[in-house]
Design a binder for this molecule. Sequence first.
Ligand SMILES: Cc1cc2nc3c(=O)[nH]c(=O)nc-3n(C[C@H](O)[C@H](O)[C@H](O)COP(=O)(O)O)c2cc1C
Length: 190
Amino acid sequence: MTKLSIPILLGSCRIGRESLKIAKFILGELVDRNQIDTELIDLGEYNLPMLEERLQDSSNPAPNVLQFCSKLGQADGILIVTPEYKNGYPGVLKNALDYLQPQALKYKPIGICTVSSGGFGGLDCLAQLRLVCLALGGLPIPDKLPISHVQEVFDENGNLCDLRLKTKLESFINQLVWYCEAMVNQKGDR
Ligand SMILES: Cc1cc2nc3c(=O)[nH]c(=O)nc-3n(C[C@H](O)[C@H](O)[C@H](O)COP(=O)(O)O)c2cc1C
């Protein structure tokens, strides 16, 4: 059976970002699943230019813009890891998503993991990001994965301090996979 393609999109490029640790941890969990093909799409590495024109209007789009759009376009589903900034999601994430065609994420389930150093796990940015996903034709899944006090999630050796996160993540990934499989089967792709 062909593997499901579920990349992780990390929505921050901040120097010292804690959300990178979460994204890498989730990456490890996805890699461990035989039925998933994954990679980390790190906006900190992509360094996309600020959007000055839509991709379809651009005569000479930057190669990293094309690569970013192509990777998301080919995915069966996406797992977004984003910190909450000022009750919203980071501008760098919106800039990246604005490059995508309006229906670029059609029939793609999207799991959103929000991250914050406070006690509410970035829940304020979840609803906003779900709306953006809908505008791209994507299907934000009902499950959420808010991670609060992110600076306390791992110890100094990078080990997970609270094993309940592993259980929550497992269930979150199961749900995302369920929706991805349902969409792939419905489309008759495989
Ligand atoms: C510009 C900026 C705005 C922030 N706004 C919020 C916020 O509204 N709510 C919140 O819980 N944490 C906020 N934080 C703290 C982040 O939750 C914290 O930095 C956390 O580690 C996740 O972001 P990171 O991946 O950039 O580290 C903000 C951080 C930055 C850099």
